[in-house]
Design a binder for this molecule. Structure first.
Ligand SMILES: [Zn+2]
Length: 145
């Protein structure tokens, strides 16, 4: 139990007192009020959100709109660039593949060797990189046919 000074009469009183025993001044309770706790809660949620979105970057699609796009056949330079990256990385399952464009140099592709089982990859054509889609992405992607 700590001692504080009354704001009115400056007498030493218990910090737990509701009002000053000398002058009757009502004491404001210190510590965390309800509003403070709500602010802390919001702060924690914001931090968790930032951590969550950062951990999804790098070979993983963060843009939810990408998932709702339709699969289409690669065209022109896409066919050439994506095909080159597939071959360069020794990926054998892309006998047949379809693309969803994420950004100008970023695609998600669905590959199949037999037309029934599909593997999903993220391709960065400007970086010559290809990454296998993570489980979360796979669960959101439907086969092209
Ligand atoms: Zn007082």
């Amino acid at each position: 139990m700590a001692l504080i000074n009354c704001k009115e009469c400056k007498q030493e009183i218990s910090s737990n007192a509701d009002k000053c025993p000398y002058c009757g001044n009502k004491m404001k309770k210190g510590g965390f009020g309800c509003g403070t706790l709500i602010l802390i809660g919001i702060g924690i949620l914001i931090v968790l959100y930032i951590i969550g979105s950062n951990s999804e970057s790098g070979g993983i699609i963060t843009d939810e709109q990408t998932y709702s796009k339709s699969w289409r056949s690669p065209q022109g330079s896409e066919f050439r660039d994506i095909g080159r990256i597939i071959v360069a990385n020794g990926i054998k399952v892309c006998g047949e593949y379809y693309v969803k464009q994420i950004e100008s140099n970023e695609y998600v592709i669905a590959c199949s060797a037999d037309g029934t089982t599909w593997d999903y990859f993220v391709v960065y054509t400007s970086l010559d990189k290809i990454y296998r889609a993570n489980e979360e992405m796979e669960s959101k992607l439907n086969p092209p046919r």
